[in-house]
Design a protein around this ligand. Structure first.
Ligand code: ADP
Ligand code: MN
Ligand code: MN
Ligand code: MN
Length: 336
């Protein structure tokens, strides 16, 4: 049966890459990504190649059913250059975790955005809704805006087989979150990108755009958007040791600049020390501390210092592949 494959990739724009995709029709497809052929695209239209030598290669790495189209799949791809080497925009290729020992749970925050008013849903034209307080985990037309879109997104993600663990309304009006967990950094990144893609496409239907910027309302008293990265490896999951946890946290201290470089554009606007963030100039960690760079969840302490850590610094527009790559590298450098 003719099957639609939506090949999805990340363009080469800096500092924030965007999703691109195009449809390939094949005679049949079993669902196993390893059966899929590479494809190509015009890299000169995506800031990934010069016009005189424009072909870039799409290498399928993750496939799942596309619940919104008949007889269709979504296919996440890595971008290779014309020689078949990972393109410099390819963050997935930087992940050094061949045995999938690293598990990641990303908390993706975002704003539903009205292109007419250029404000979040729930913001009256030319003004502001009431101050923050009632919106977080709210219900009711006074406080929760865009639930129809959020629910539809949750359903299609689950139908596609993505491992969404939950959703919630966030602290600002029109701001929401979903969480995705995977045992494997590449898989976690693939699933976040496919979930972002589905959300963007649902937004088209409603005339609502998705604002991934980490501080879309500037320095007013509104929370920014993060993409907290919860992570663990065998070391952390079986530590039984406060010392080991602290050694892993300390490994992040000399890596601040390297981490911040890939934790998303304009993060200086978000990491101010206010609104449940740490200052971008500091490094700190602490049990249950939502004002720290890295939070040690109470869960880990309660499990005799075994479990996971939460890096609160990555922002909503960060590339989860690059975030995972630098976290893995840093944890592996820990003095334990
Ligand atoms: P909060 O909003 O309190 O920071 P959430 O419940 O939104 O917490 O997110 C917690 C995340 O931690 C979830 O995505 C979950 O999958 C992830 N997580 C839990 N255990 C582990 C683990 N062992 N390794 C990696 N991530 C984990
Ligand atoms: Mn959360
Ligand atoms: Mn949140
Ligand atoms: Mn969190």
């Amino acid at each position: 049966m003719a099957t639609k494959l939506e090949y999805i990739w990340l363009d080469g724009y800096k500092p924030t890459q965007s999703l691109r995709s195009k449809t390939k029709i094949v005679k049949s497809f079993s669902g196993n990504v390893e059966e899929l052929d590479n494809w190509s695209f015009d890299g000169s239209s995506t800031e990934q190649a010069p016009g005189g030598s424009s072909d870039c290669i799409l290498k399928p790495v993750f496939a799942c059913p596309d619940p919104q189209r008949k007889d269709a799949y979504l296919v996440m791809c890595e971008v290779l250059d014309s020689k078949g080497e990972p393109h410099e925009s390819n963050g997935r290729a930087l992940i050094q975790d061949d045995d999938n020992d690293f598990w990641f749970g990303f908390e993706q925050e975002y704003f539903l955005w009205d292109p007419q008013t250029n404000k979040p849903l729930g913001f009256p034209a030319g003004g502001y809704p009431g101050p923050q307080g009632p919106y977080y985990c709210s219900v009711g037309a006074n406080n929760a805006y865009g639930r129809e879109i959020v629910e539809e997104h949750l359903d299609v993600c689950l139908e596609a087989g993505l491992n969404v663990e939950g959703i919630n309304a966030e602290v600002a009006a029109g701001q929401w979150e979903f969480q995705i967990f995977a045992k494997g950094a590449k898989e976690a990144g693939d699933q976040i990108w496919v979930a972002r893609y589905l959300l963007e496409r649902i937004g088209e239907k409603y005339g609502v755009s998705i604002n991934w910027h980490c501080k879309p309302l500037g320095q007013l008293d509104w929370n920014g958007s993060g993409m907290h990265a919860n992570f663990s490896n065998t070391l952390l999951r079986t530590a039984n040791s406060e010392e080991k946890f602290k050694a892993v946290c300390e490994a992040f201290r000399p890596a601040v600049a390297e981490c911040i470089a890939v934790y998303g554009a304009d993060n200086d606007q978000r990491l101010t020390g206010k609104h449940e963030t740490a200052s971008i100039h500091d490094f700190s960690y602490g049990v249950s501390d939502r004002g720290a760079s890295i939070r040690i969840p109470l869960y880990a302490v309660d499990h005799n210092w075994s479990g996971y850590l939460e890096d609160r610094r990555p922002n909503s527009a960060a590339d989860p592949y690059k975030v995972a790559a630098v976290i893995i590298k840093t944890v592996k450098s820990a003095n334990v």
